[in-house]
Design a protein around this ligand. Structure first.
Ligand SMILES: [Fe+2]
Length: 153
């Protein structure tokens, strides 16, 4: 089990620092921790996300595999409220059916982006709700919620 005083660190490429600040800070609401000429650092749900300015290293498409990052929420209400925030701020989710070819989706009635919330491993212990979105640089983010919290790791 992780010491809650420690933080996970992840670094991703970005093509423009102002755009990174606009997306991660102004849209997603992550605190801007530090900014340097070549990088910007955010408090990403208590962990450290660093966007390194390197336009030549950006991914060419929005494919979530093999690389993406994100948060697994312990509480459904936090998953729901994060999605509500995305909706209110008109942040486009990637459609799991058209983007990734997934067939099964949740059939729970939801008042936000219903068609873009995927259900993975339905009727299995690993069942979880998930959404994907792309930052402006084709870095893919995933946010999910497992019905059984024992499956979070
Ligand atoms: Fe994933």
């Amino acid at each position: 089990m992780r010491n809650p005083d420690n933080v996970f660190h992840v670094a991703i490429p970005c093509g423009d620092l102002d755009e990174a600040v606009k997306f991660y800070n102004e849209k997603l609401g992550f605190k801007l921790a530090r900014r340097y000429p070549d990088r910007v650092t955010f408090d990403f749900f208590g962990d450290q996300l660093v966007c390194h300015l390197n336009p030549s290293k950006l991914s060419k498409d929005k494919s979530p595999y093999p690389r993406h990052l994100g948060i697994t929420f312990y509480y459904k209400k936090e998953f729901d409220s994060f999605i509500r925030l995305l909706t209110e701020r008109q942040i486009e989710l990637l459609d799991p059916v058209t983007e990734f070819g997934w067939e099964n989706q949740t059939d729970e009635p939801m008042d936000y982006s219903e068609s873009q919330i995927g259900t993975r491993f339905k009727d299995m212990a690993e069942e979880h709700l998930t959404i994907f979105l792309s930052d402006p640089f084709n870095n893919i983010l995933e946010f999910k919620y497992y019905l059984d919290p024992r499956m979070m790791h």
